[in-house]
Design a protein around this ligand. Structure first.
Ligand SMILES: NC(=O)c1ccc[n+]([C@@H]2O[C@H](COP(=O)([O-])OP(=O)(O)OC[C@H]3O[C@@H](n4cnc5c(N)ncnc54)[C@H](O)[C@@H]3O)[C@@H](O)[C@H]2O)c1
Length: 338
């Protein structure tokens, strides 16, 4: 890794953040890891024994003094902190805007004050919204349909602006539906993979909105971490957003079949009304990703679901799972684009 190997991860106590920290901890090129997280949706339990190897700062990215102190000497900031939920942004648009859009601006300002470490930041496929083109190309017009999507569009636009105006090295990454170990079920807005796995393991029916033919570009968290690690090692910069998904298409019915195959029995399903505003298909065009990160290989879905299932099994110590790993009620709805 270029520089002194000092990395700041915002949102490092969350699902993707804690997986990334696990990778950073074992990377010989990384000397120091700082995490800033307010634990509003994440929790330090997700970091497990890695917590002992990071400088953990409990607080919000909206606190300039805390950020300045945490950014101190960083070569790279991986900015993942956000209220990561479409429905929650609908319930409280101001809070989402503050955390996601204003929070990103605070991170960029702190980076500028610190002399310009690289900023890699999480955007979202939700920015495509009503854009009908499939697969989604980064140069097609964003048509956000939720306050969350608007906050992510604002955040990635700020990254571009700071690159243009202040020469800050940036990399805005549009995540699609990320899944894998450490993604918790058991809260009202949990994502589709943990919710289905958890229900299937408990013998409960899986609730499917609509007929289940809607497709998602499911990306294993290891693939997301591979790209981020490659970006920080090779210092890959892009003024324009980059889709972080490999262009796969999995329907909810196919997902249920795969889960059934892993468990040895097909789970029962209950079909309920489609959710208003649900996007029928979400699939990335990975051309820009593969041009910048030619080594990227997707983790096959079956293998990815198997290791996710193993993690859920390890957490299931009681009828409702491991309470220590249940973050406060937040996040997404079944099958939502994230
Ligand atoms: N998981 C997905 O499928 C997906 C898809 C698209 C985009 N993203 C984006 O990826 C990033 C990580 O998402 P995740 O799935 O790991 O969610 P997560 O909820 O597990 O992680 C987000 C973390 O940010 C922290 N946080 C929230 N507000 C904060 C604030 N103001 N200051 C400091 N910390 C704060 C939370 O406590 C949490 O630990 C988010 O920016 C999210 O919008 C995720």
């Amino acid at each position: 890794m270029r520089g002194d190997g000092v990395v700041l991860v915002t949102g490092g106590a969350g699902f993707i953040g804690s997986n990334l920290v696990a990778r950073l901890v074992t990377d010989p090129g990384v000397r120091q890891i700082t995490v800033v997280d307010d634990c509003s949706t994440g929790c330090t339990a997700l970091l497990g024994s890695d917590l002992a190897h990071v400088d953990f700062r409990l607080g919000t990215v909206l606190d300039s003094a805390l950020l300045d102190d945490a950014v101190g000497g960083s070569d790279v900031i991986v900015h993942l902190a956000a209220v990561p939920s479409v429905p929650r942004s609908v319930a409280d648009p101001l809070r989402s805007h503050e955390a996601n859009a204003t929070g990103t601006l605070y991170v960029l300002e702190a980076a500028r004050r610190a002399g310009g470490p690289m900023v890699i930041a999480a955007s979202s496929s939700s920015v495509y919204g009503a854009q009908p083109i499939i697969p989604k190309r980064e140069d097609s017009r964003p048509m956000p349909l939720s306050p969350y999507a608007v906050t992510k569009l604002a955040a990635e636009a700020y990254l571009g602006a700071y690159h243009s105006c202040f020469d800050l090295p940036v990399l805005p990454l549009r995540f699609f539906n990320v899944y894998g170990p450490r993604q918790c079920a058991g809260h009202p807005y949990a994502a589709v993979v943990p919710t289905f796995l958890d229900a299937a393991m408990r013998g409960r029916p899986l609730v499917v909105h609509g007929d289940g033919s809607q497709t998602r570009d499911l990306t294993h968290v290891d693939t997301v971490c591979d790209v981020i690690m490659d970006a920080l090692h090779r210092r890959v910069v892009s003024l324009w957003p980059v889709n972080l998904a490999l262009g796969t298409r999995t329907s909810l019915l196919e997902l249920i079949d795969l889960i059934g195959g892993l468990l040895g029995r097909r789970p029962d399903t209950v079909h309920v009304d489609p959710r208003p505003g649900d996007v029928p298909h979400s699939q990335a065009d990975p051309s820009r990703l593969l041009a910048l990160f030619p080594e990227t290989r997707p983790k096959p879905l079956r293998a990815g679901l198997a290791d996710t299932l193993a993690w859920h099994r390890a957490q299931q110590i009681g009828p409702e799972g491991n309470a220590a790993l249940q973050p406060p009620a937040v996040t997404t709805a079944l099958g939502a684009v994230r």
